[in-house]
Design a protein around this ligand. Structure first.
Ligand code: EPZ
Length: 432
């Protein structure tokens, strides 16, 4: 098993490059199943989740050519025959549940395992199933699988209102609706950039979508979709993570450059809160320069759906607030119990206390390096951020969580001056 060893104290300098978006690459791969030709996706990040999803898709008979280092993946669902997504693969990654909409839309039937996904809280899929039923699917839950079928082999289409607005359910319902016999409407659709970019790919394939980027999405079913080569968008959460890293560990007054990101994908709430800390942001096409202030000001935030403050940056923000001279709160409204990183940060001396759905942070205390445990993707990266400014060494264990969503993080950070390395270790060895 691997861990990351970070020796704190080095400033973050120079530049960081943002990889392709994990949470957009996965829906784009799903869209490839809706046509019977070869689809090539570029700017696909070299991540565990992408590899896992490729294996899920190959179970259907779809052929895949994946060159991770070139950030390319080609999928040809002309050879799609099996309508299965098995538990032993789906349990590793929640987004595998997109197979339900893709197979139901393309083949008129699907047998997909209920998902697993990140550790925190229950991860329901009731909105996904409600949506498929609204489109006219017959759904049976049988031995941990969702068994779905369309009457006469093709969904009629229908109307569904999502409450709460769900990224995954929006994407899954769109996958099922684009090839339906009739029209569909999704009310309170998610409008995250991941969803918008996914819709743009479908439109390039010939899908008829109206209201992309708005809460009311209209989908007019078409008889077929054409293969397309399409470029994935940059990862907004990795970019936000790097911006926070620059505010935390950048030299005051000296710019850290972040390349290939899109600041507009982070939403107004994050950008406003980030600049209220006193950190300066200079944007120009795909370059963002972040200049840390002499003293960071505490800014309380509340997570929300886009364009609200991203829940995927909540853990990273807590570390930023720990560096401020003063108190602040982080209120999590999207997920219950997304605070698995707090006990680990407390072990590092961060004065953060969970009060219901809020974390109250008393900033300004020194952070001490120690051994800490990753628990989920964004929690683990917050431990790396803390280690960058901790006194001494921080060992971030079980870094496979981090490898799901951050490509070559230790290489990128060490290329920007941070003392960090990946070390293999035996979790059960005697620590003496
Ligand atoms: C996507 O998850 C992202 N994952 C998550 O990123 C992200 O945190 C989340 O959207 C919110 O932005 C991917 O895109 C692969 P939701 P998703 O459905 O689609 C509730 C990361 O770190 N809900 O928008 O699963 C749900 O419990 C990951 O990259 C239902 O109640 O999120 C949550 O409270 C973590 N019923 C809220 O909606 C459902 O059927 C939002 O979840 C579905 C969701």
């Amino acid at each position: 098993m691997d861990k990351l060893v970070v020796r704190g104290g080095n400033p973050l300098t120079g530049s960081l490059t943002v990889s392709g978006s994990k949470n957009t690459a996965l829906p784009l791969m799903s869209a490839a199943l809706l046509t019977d030709g070869r689809v090539t996706l570029s700017n696909v990040p070299d991540l565990k989740d992408v590899q896992t999803f490729a294996r899920v898709i190959e179970v259907t008979g779809t052929t895949i050519e994946h060159t991770p280092q070139q950030h390319l993946i080609s999928l040809n669902a002309g050879s799609l025959t099996r309508i299965e997504a098995p538990y032993e693969l789906v349990k590793r990654m929640r987004a595998s549940f997109y197979m339900l909409g893709a197979l139901l839309g393309r083949m008129g039937k699907a047998r997909v395992s209920l998902p697993g996904g990140c550790a925190w809280g229950p991860r329901p899929v009731d909105l996904h199933i409600q949506g498929m039923k609204a489109l006219g699917a017959e759904i049976d839950l049988h031995q941990g699988y969702v068994v779905a079928s369309a009457p006469a082999g093709r969904l009629p289409g229908g109307r569904v209102t999502l409450d709460p607005s769900s990224v995954g359910a929006t994407i899954n319902i769109i996958l099922a609706a684009t090839l339906a016999r009739g029209s569909s409407v999704i009310e309170n659709a998610a409008i995250e950039p991941d969803v918008v970019h996914f819709c743009e790919m479908l439109q390039a394939m010939g899908a008829r979508l109206n209201g992309v980027g708005t809460r009311t999405l209209e989908i007019e079913g078409v008889d077929r979709l054409d293969p397309v080569d399409f470029e994935n968008c940059p990862d907004r959460i990795e970019m936000g993570t790097f911006m926070i890293a620059a505010a935390i560990a950048g030299r005051p007054g000296q710019a850290v450059e972040i390349h290939h990101g899109r600041a507009d994908h982070l939403g107004s709430a994050f950008m406003e809160a980030f600049q209220r800390t006193g950190t300066r942001v200079e944007e120009s096409d795909s370059l963002i320069r972040v200049i840390a202030p002499e003293e960071l000001r505490p800014v309380s935030v509340t997570t929300d759906i886009y364009p609200g403050f991203p829940t995927d940056l909540q853990a990273q923000w807590t570390v930023l607030m720990a560096r401020c001279a003063g108190n602040s709160k982080v209120y999590e409204t999207v997920y219950p119990d997304r605070f698995k990183h707090i006990p680990e940060l407390q072990r590092m001396g961060v004065n953060a206390i969970i009060v219901g759905d809020e974390v109250v942070i008393e900033g300004g205390k020194a952070i001490q390096g120690t051994h800490v445990m990753s628990t989920d993707l964004r929690a683990s990266v917050s431990l790396v951020l803390a280690g960058m400014v901790a006194e001494g060494e921080t060992h971030v264990l079980r870094v496979y969580h981090l490898d799901r969503g951050y490509e070559r993080l230790e290489e990128k950070l060490s290329g920007a001056g941070i003392d960090i390395e990946r070390v293999r270790y035996d979790e059960w060895a005697d620590p003496s």
